[in-house]
Design a protein around this ligand. Structure first.
Ligand code: SF4
Ligand code: SF4
Length: 101
C-alpha cells in the first residue's frame, strides 16, 4: 500500500492525502463545470474542503477555498454542501471570462 503523503509544514491546514493523477490522467480534464467562490459570502467553515472527494481544495490565508484545477473534476459536491451557497458553477468553456469575486 502506498503511504499517505502529508501536507508540507508551511500549509496551514492538513489534508489526509494529496490528489494524484490516476490511470486516466489528471481528473481536472474531466471538468465541465468549474467551482467559483464568492469570497464575500464565504464564512470559512471549511465544509467544502472536508467534502471534496479529490482533495482539490485548500484554504488560503484568509480561510477561503482555493480550487486545484488540475484535480478538480467538477463534481460540484462543494457547491452542494456549502451552507451559505458561496460556491457556484461556471461552464468550463466560459470560465476564463468569469471573475472570482
Ligand atoms: S463551505 Fe462555503 S462557506 Fe464554508 S469554506 Fe467552503 S465556500 Fe466558504
Ligand atoms: S467540484 Fe468536486 S472536485 Fe472540484 S473542488 Fe468541488 S468537490 Fe472538489
Amino acid at each position: 500500500m502506498t503511504p499517505l503523503k502529508r501536507n508540507p509544514p508551511n500549509r496551514r491546514f492538513t489534508c489526509i492525502t494529496y490528489p494524484e493523477a490516476g490511470a486516466m490522467g489528471l481528473t481536472g480534464d474531466w471538468r465541465i463545470f468549474r467551482p467559483v467562490v464568492d469570497k464575500e459570502k464565504c464564512t470559512g467553515c471549511q465544509i467544502c474542503w472536508m467534502y471534496c472527494p479529490d482533495t482539490a481544495i485548500t484554504m488560503d490565508e484568509n480561510n477561503k477555498p482555493v480550487f486545484n484545477l488540475e484535480y478538480c473534476k467538477g463534481c460540484m459536491i462543494c457547491e452542494t454542501n456549502c451552507p451559505v451557497k458561496a460556491i457556484s458553477r461556471v461552464r468550463e468553456t466560459e470560465a476564463e471570462a468569469a471573475v472570482e469575486k
